[in-house]
Ligand binder design. Structure first.
Ligand code: ZN
Length: 137
């Protein structure tokens, strides 16, 4: 008997544990902001840092270096010293997430940066993996 594709897919799902179905790729938050004169204001920067579980200072330093532009942290967000399309900022945030947030082993975002002597490690709270990262925190 030849099984249809749909039946095969259904079978594959039914044997997977429930958690495997629920898991989705971590969604990197997108910036919200606007251009103001010659600057760009990102209003949800602190929320993004918070949802990534990272300090806004470290996160911002990386983003500014990558964009090669000045900027500063304010109480209500971040001011970038040039006009910057949101897509370029989002690109750098995704890069940061790849490098400093997602576990290299299991791909989950439940990680922490830990300092040990002169080295910084990323420790995964989900699978326990540890990776050294090139960061100053
Ligand atoms: Zn992991």
């Amino acid at each position: 008997m030849v099984e249809s594709y749909e039946t095969l897919v259904e079978k594959a799902y039914s044997v997977l544990p429930e958690t495997a179905i629920k898991e989705e790729r971590f969604l990197v938050p997108k910036v919200r902001g606007h251009v103001q004169g010659n600057t760009t204001v990102i209003s949800n920067f602190l929320q993004i840092a918070d949802s990534l579980g990272r300090k806004p200072q470290h996160f911002l330093k990386y983003i500014l270096k990558e964009l090669a532009t000045p900027g500063e942290l304010r109480k209500n967000g971040v001011i970038i010293g040039t006009k910057m399309p949101a897509s370029r900022i989002n690109e750098k945030i995704e890069k940061y997430v790849e490098e400093f947030v997602l576990c290299k082993e299991c791909g989950k975002p439940d990680t922490k940066l830990l300092k040990e002597g002169n080295f910084v490690f990323m420790k995964c709270l989900a699978c326990g993996a540890r990776h050294s990262v090139n960061a100053k925190i």
